[in-house]
Design a protein around this ligand. Structure first.
Ligand code: UDP
Length: 267
């Protein structure tokens, strides 16, 4: 069922100071609702409570419907944000008005907060091609000279380099860990390694490093306002068309769910 519930998932709920965020279920997957996700996250960060963030879109809902492992990870995430226009429209069908908050915007807002003078919240950039992640981190270091960067590593590591990376993450204890490996690789990696930095915010940020490095463009604001960023991404990267097939599928299922209430039970 997709009733609005006040719920926050995951392991460390006992002593968390943050308010619980209301949650809505779309096609069996949770989405948390808020007008200020960043303040909620920063509150937890300042109280030493780790957070796994999933940035939800239509494609992930369809993927999770076929992949019980990803579905379980999403249900255990501490925060699931409405990253995609499909999610916003599905919420609207149920009378829930929630602004879209793209994962890339969440990443940028957290970086700007962490990059403020006198803040000691180091950031780790992991994922993307070697030059891309370096350029993305460099962009932020230039823009935010006070930003503390705990580490920068690309997303194509062999087993030995991967174990070095995990050691580095554990010893540097970053407070914000941005993981750009694509779905579901980034969600699985976060689940497997969250225990190394249980006080950090861990976010799967998909193609954000590609945009920050300058190799790909973000859709202009007016296209985002029209809820057409997904179309812009397909036009910029036509090889994504196969993945985009999930969008009409999601739309049909979301409308069916609204009309007939044919929601699948949460896993
Ligand atoms: N990637 C990676 N390692 C891999 C596979 C992918 O680091 O083994 C990176 C890839 O270089 C790209 C990102 O993961 O930067 C995936 O971006 P995509 O646009 O597919 O993610 P989305 O935003 O759609 O989730």
């Amino acid at each position: 069922m997709n009733a609005l519930t006040t719920h926050s998932a995951n392991s460390m709920s006992d002593d968390r100071p943050s308010e619980l965020l209301p949650q809505f279920t779309i096609l069996g997957q949770p989405v948390h609702l808020s007008n200020d996700y960043v303040s909620w996250l920063i509150d937890r960060l300042q109280h030493g409570i780790g957070t796994h963030v999933v940035t939800m879109n239509a494609e992930i809902v369809i993927y999770a419907d076929r992949d019980p492992e990803l579905s379980t990870i999403i249900h255990h995430a501490d925060l699931v944000t409405p990253d995609g226009s499909g999610i916003i429209m599905a919420l609207k069908l149920h009378g829930v008005l929630q602004p879209r908050y793209a994962g890339i915007d969440l990443g940028e807002d957290l970086l700007r907060w962490a990059g403020n003078q006198d803040r000691d919240y180091p950031v780790f950039f992991y994922g993307g091609k070697p030059q891309i992640v370096q350029q993305a981190a460099q962009k932020w270091q230039t823009e935010l000279p006070n930003l503390k960067i705990a580490g920068v590593e690309h997303g194509y590591l062999d087993a030995e380099a991967q174990s070095k990376l995990l050691h580095q993450v554990q010893t540097t204890q970053p407070k914000i860990i941005l993981v750009a490996l694509g779905v579901p690789r980034q969600e699985i990696w976060i689940r497997d390694n969250f225990h190394l930095c249980p006080q950090a915010i861990w976010i799967g940020v998909g193609g954000s490093f590609d945009v920050w490095s300058g190799v790909k463009n973000r859709a202009p604001q007016y296209i985002r306002n029209l809820e057409l960023e997904w179309l812009y991404r397909i036009l910029q990267e036509p090889s994504r068309w196969r993945r985009a097939l999930a969008l009409p599928q999601f739309a049909v299922l979301a409308i069916a769910e609204r009309i007939w209430g044919k929601d699948k039970p949460a896993r």
